[in-house]
Write a protein of this length. Structure first.
Length: 598
């Protein structure tokens, strides 16, 4: 969606149901909204924040089978298109008509998908945990939020891990196939016991810890490796966290439960298999890519790995795979999350997250955007509006042709630095700085990326004030350095364009321009004039505007000293014509003036 200088901001504060929204004149059917409290709420107490362009009734494409309860929930809010087994080309064609896309692990949401969406796609919902099938960088670059459903299938995946562990140890799959083939091979399928054996859980997250808990119930000695897991959580269920090498060297069984990332890609390979106990048994319900599959075949052939039980594969479904055909391998077709209960749970979890996001809330399961707790959001709301407006004002003060590269934002606050999360404010300042001068659509997801891409450096500074930390901020100051200004009085003594604002009675105010103190509510538009301080100036400007029926909402004069220079800031509800602005400029005492749309 294109943004424009004609963007207006509607700021409504109803006592019990506050909301804050952005509306673009370019697309009357769409709106960006920020809501601390929203009409459609999920059952969970997730933090919420709104960042999206949303149509009257959005369209959600469900590209893989989703539990009915989730589909029904989506239908209450959106037009739902359930189209399964789309080819990549079909997906790219359909996506330009969709506001949200829901997938499981079987759909690649590639860069082409985001590019093909033409900016309409605002949310990708992953109905499950692993987001390795979604190009997150491309999503972020396109301002598209990615949410997942990280909790509803945990138990199902853990149970499947245990099912594979026990089935492998007792050759269940192979024995079943042989009985069905008319054989009765009691000696061939002698298994191994689990009790007293060491299980290394690799990745001690949600699934890993549930597997550990269950394995302890089976009498196994459980160790775990996870560089990021807290030791006390492991200790609480009687599991010792150990190094990677120690885990793989001492395990009789290894169960993989980490995400597929560049760091975990092929983490089990020829070198690491060589460090394992001969006869180790491996379970993988994480991602196929964490194992070098060719190396696993070699390790199985060499007897280093006695057996493997695999639910996931590098390519799914696997094609002509020696690994799958190996007699010591038990394979399932990515069934970890496939229980009725998990699928219903996942469907509801993802539908709530997607509806919430489309409805203007940021789900707690956002993968590529910061989460702002509801209470923080409601406190920051007026400052969010102030931040965007200051960015918008500052950039309009830049003389044409001066590229904006370096911006310093100073937050004046009596709160301790840890008590003020500025990501949201920074994103809104970035939005204000970029949207008036480009066709970019900036939101909380893509703000930092868009700034970086445009070579815009935003440095943040805290000015720690004495006083009551009751309100999160006293002022926000935005300075743009190394540029010329079309309104020289906006330059500070050190040569930067400087605007500063505060929130007064919940309304953003402009309180400083350059070195001049002013006080004008940031609503409508503003005319800034520098003039020789003398009687009658307000009347002269006021009468030019009144001749055109332009309503003056606020007026404030800041001066250095009586009868010297003064800055007059005039808030206007309507846009004055060029002719009347010209007449203001022709008033003899007026030295310079600028008209700014907020
Ligand atoms: N087969 C299936 O159908 C299912 C597969 N999964 C997969 O299971 C895996 C785990 O899922 P959850 O437990 O829900 O995720 P999680 O995020 O709760 O846990 C992952 C853990 O891996 C750890 N980790 C990250 N890098 C690591 C490394 N280099 N070495 C060791 N540990 C590392 C993290 O610190 C985290 O504790 C994911 O890959 C997910 O996609 C999850 C559900 C179903
Ligand atoms: O949640 C996960 O990570 C899974 O692997 C589950 O995949 P699925 O949704 O069953 O395609």
């Amino acid at each position: 969606m294109a943004a424009s200088a004609s963007t207006t901001i509607n700021f409504s504060t109803k006592p019990s149901h506050t909301s804050l929204s952005w509306k673009s004149h370019l697309s009357s059917s769409s709106a960006f909204a920020v809501a601390a409290d929203s009409p459609i709420r999920s059952h969970r107490q997730y933090p919420r924040f709104v960042i999206f362009a949303m149509r009257a009734k959005p369209t959600v494409l469900v590209a893989e089978k989703l539990g009915e309860a989730g589909v029904n929930l989506l239908k209450e809010f959106a037009d739902v298109d359930c189209s399964y087994n789309l080819t990549p080309e079909e997906l790219c064609t359909k996506i330009s008509l969709c506001d949200a896309l829901i997938v499981r692990s079987g759909t690649k949401v590639s860069r082409e998908v985001f590019e093909s969406s033409g900016g309409r796609l605002k949310v990708v919902g992953r109905a499950g945990v692993g987001i390795d099938n979604v190009d997150l960088a491309a999503a972020t670059e396109h301002g598209c939020l990615v949410v997942n459903a990280p909790t509803a299938n945990t138990v199902a995946a853990a149970e499947h891990g245990i099912a594979l562990l026990t089935a492998m140890a007792r050759n269940i799959a192979q024995a079943d196939a042989s009985v069905k083939a008319g054989k009765w091979l009691r000696n061939k399928y002698v298994g191994v016991s689990l009790v007293g054996k060491t299980l290394a859980v690799m990745g001690f997250g949600k699934v890993g810890s549930e597997v550990a808990r269950r394995a302890k119930g089976l009498g196994m000695h459980v160790i775990a490796h996870d560089p990021y897991a807290p030791a006390d959580r492991a200790r609480a269920i009687g599991v010792e966290l150990v190094s990677f090498d120690e885990a793989i060297a001492s395990a009789d069984f290894i169960s993989l439960h980490m995400p597929l990332t560049p760091a975990t890609n092929k983490i089990l390979n020829d070198e690491t298999f060589a460090k394992m106990k001969k006869g180790v048994r491996i379970v993988n319900v994480a991602r196929g890519g964490v194992i070098d599959e060719d190396a696993l075949v070699r390790a199985l052939d060499a007897g280093i790995v006695a057996q493997a039980a695999l639910d996931v594969f590098t390519v799914e479904p696997p094609k002509d795979s020696k690994l799958v055909q190996h007699e010591n391998v038990t394979a399932t077709p990515h069934l970890g999350a496939s229980t009725k209960e998990a699928q219903e749970g996942v469907a509801i979890e993802i539908a709530e997250a997607v509806v919430g996001a489309l409805n203007g809330e940021l789900a707690a399961t956002a993968v590529n955007a910061p989460m702002v707790p509801a209470e923080v959001l409601s406190e920051l709301k007026p400052y969010v509006a102030l931040a965007e407006k200051l960015g918008r004002l500052a950039v309009q003060l830049v003389a044409g042709g001066s590229g904006v590269k370096s911006v310093k934002v100073t937050y004046g606050s009596a709160r301790a630095p840890d008590d003020l999360d500025t990501r949201l404010l920074r994103a809104m300042i970035t939005k204000g700085l970029i949207e008036p001068i480009s066709s970019s659509f900036v939101n909380l997801v893509n703000a930092d990326f868009t700034a970086k891409q445009r070579g815009l450096r935003i440095a943040e500074e805290r000015s720690l004030l004495n006083g009551s930390p009751e309100s999160p901020l006293e002022f926000i100051q935005v300075q743009i350095s190394s540029v010329d200004s079309k309104f020289a009085s906006a330059l500070s003594d050190s040569g930067e364009i400087r605007v500063e604002g505060r929130v007064k009675d919940g309304i953003p105010h402009l309180t400083k321009v350059g070195s001049f103190e002013v006080d004008v509510s940031l609503e409508g538009s503003i005319i800034l004039c520098r003039q020789v301080d003398q009687p009658g100036m307000i009347g002269k400007v006021g009468s030019i505007l009144s001749e055109e029926n332009v309503n003056v909402s606020f007026m404030s004069v800041g001066r250095i000293a009586p009868r010297k220079h003064a800055i007059m800031a005039i808030g206007v509800d309507e846009e004055p014509t060029k002719e009347s602005l010209k007449r203001i400029g022709e008033i003899s005492a007026v030295e310079e003036f600028v008209y700014l749309k907020i």
